[in-house]
Design a protein around this ligand. Structure first.
Ligand SMILES: [Zn+2]
Length: 301
């Protein structure tokens, strides 16, 4: 059998397996409306009260396997819930956590109407890239049925939710955003494959002169208002580089960084023998970040 045929066969088998998983997920996540007071866990997030007060009679509520959903239209929420549970599994697998949160369910609010969302945004802190708000373990998103989510928005925000649940809120901005981008791009490609599309995770290479110096990037506590796309791309590349270099070490590194360790200490402690020094790391990362610049790099999962 030729290499090409073997590759085609492997791709076919992967797609069949992913389709079976997706069908299973859809079966598991058929949403059933319940009243707010009947939910197994209530949300004490102050933003939840703001959201539900916008049009209290229209909100519906349902429980999924890992999340509690609040929504206006059932068909919008059902599709989103399938995607949310799929993303949950991909993020949990990446972090090598079987059941992150052990029974705790995060709340997700799907806004259908842009005018409600605009009103709500005044109360929350909108993430400029994704258009979602992850706040203290709850997630708020505009899901306009006419526009759907852009690409990997839901996966990105779900990654934040799980990271918050497992590691708390002290993780540096670049690690948090880079991981959310990295894992959600992988998840998006898996989800598309499960629906029968050919897709590989997309990672964007950057021109060397576009790279923000790492010291500056790592100081930021919030995505910058200028060149925000480059910021997310560089953080994604950085996390991808660390994770692909050695995944087991990356998980240790991730835990240390969420405990307020400095990057230099975590790098020295975890990646000893891999990078000779901080400047060795910087050089290798710059080379990796700009690899294949000018072409669309289709990275392997
Ligand atoms: Zn984010």
């Amino acid at each position: 059998m030729t290499r090409r045929r073997i590759a085609c066969l492997l791709l076919f088998l992967t797609t069949v397996k992913a389709l079976a998983q997706l069908n299973e997920l859809q079966g598991l996540n058929a949403l059933q409306d319940v009243s707010l007071s009947d939910l197994s866990q209530q949300d004490d997030n102050p933003l939840a009260k703001v959201a539900l007060a916008l049009h209290p009679d229209d909100w519906k509520h349902a429980e999924g396997e890992h999340f509690i959903y609040h929504y206006v239209r059932s068909f919008v929420a059902t599709r989103a819930a399938v995607e949310a549970e799929f993303n949950f599994r991909v993020v949990a697998k990446e972090l090598e956590k079987e059941e992150p949160g052990s029974g705790h369910k995060s709340h997700i609010y799907f806004f259908d109407r842009p005018e409600d969302w605009q009103e709500f945004q005044k109360a929350g802190h909108l993430e400029p890239w994704t258009g979602g708000i992850q706040s203290a373990g709850s997630l708020f998103l505009l899901r306009d049925p006419a526009h759907k989510f852009s690409g990997h928005t839901l996966g990105h925000e779900i990654a934040h939710l799980i990271v918050y649940r497992l590691y708390g809120g002290n993780i540096p901005c670049w690690v948090n955003e880079g991981f959310a981008e990295y894992v959600s791009r992988n998840s998006r490609a898996s989800y598309q494959r499960a629906r029968g599309y050919l897709a590989k995770p997309h990672s964007t290479s950057l021109a060397p002169e576009e790279l923000m110096p790492l010291d500056r990037l790592m100081e930021l506590t919030y995505p910058p208002s200028e060149k925000v796309e480059d910021f997310y791309d560089e953080c994604e590349r950085l996390v991808r580089f660390l994770a692909r270099t050695d995944h087991a070490r990356f998980l240790t590194f991730f835990a240390l960084m969420s405990g307020k360790e400095t990057f230099d200490n975590a790098l020295t402690h975890v990646y000893a023998g891999v990078f000779a020094s901080r400047s060795d790391f910087n050089d290798k990362f710059r080379e990796y970040a700009s690899k294949d610049y000018g072409t669309t790099l289709q990275d392997q999962p």
